[in-house]
Design a protein around this ligand. Sequence first.
Ligand SMILES: [Zn+2]
Length: 245
Amino acid sequence: MPSRTSKKNSVVTTSARRSRRCLACGTEKIEPRRRYCSDECRRQILWVLALSKGLLKAFNARYAAFSFTPEHVILDVIPAWSNAISRFTRARTNGCKPAEDLKCLVLDWGREWHGLVGNRNSRSYASMHLLRENHKEDLDPSAIKPDKKRRPRLSKPERDSLKLLKLERESLSPDCCREKIKAAYKKMAKIHHPDVGGDAEMFKRLNEAHRQMLGWAENPQFTSRKALPDSWSYDGATSRWYPPL
Ligand SMILES: [Zn+2]
């Protein structure tokens, strides 16, 4: 029988472990600028996450998130037909990496699911039954949905130009960047134009920044962020797992 331990904590419990901890096992014994303690540790978590896709597909998962604490491994699932989180947890085994406990969790719930289907239930009944049983009302679904916001993709000189124009990166959207850039330039030009006592050198730099950003706006590039800050995230639309930010 899989563990049904319920924890009140949300998926954002592991924030302190990012950057200087191995993304797969959480150890702090990690070399600078590395995201994993070893190649083997990275391969192991990727293998188990790939294994979990079978269960996630059976659940018709739209989104899922995997996180771990020293006590538990946690798999949160939002199925396509609902906007509620179902949480599957398992207590950590002494001396085992989170990947190994996640593997047991996935296999246990897979066995439950197959048991229900073998018992003359439909596949969708089996999925719905297990998801409902583990439904956690107190969890906010937005916590495991990756940020859909698109951010402008900018080079270093373009970021500097944006600063000179005193323009927020987030204010640039695909449909109105030219107007935003021009308006920002006009506003700054009123301050820095030599005719109104501004510094000629500063005005020259401002013009250069304006020219550069209009160039960027000719063919603006945006990136969408698929990752969550504190946990591994799964997107059912692409069937892919993304590491934490
Ligand atoms: Zn590791």
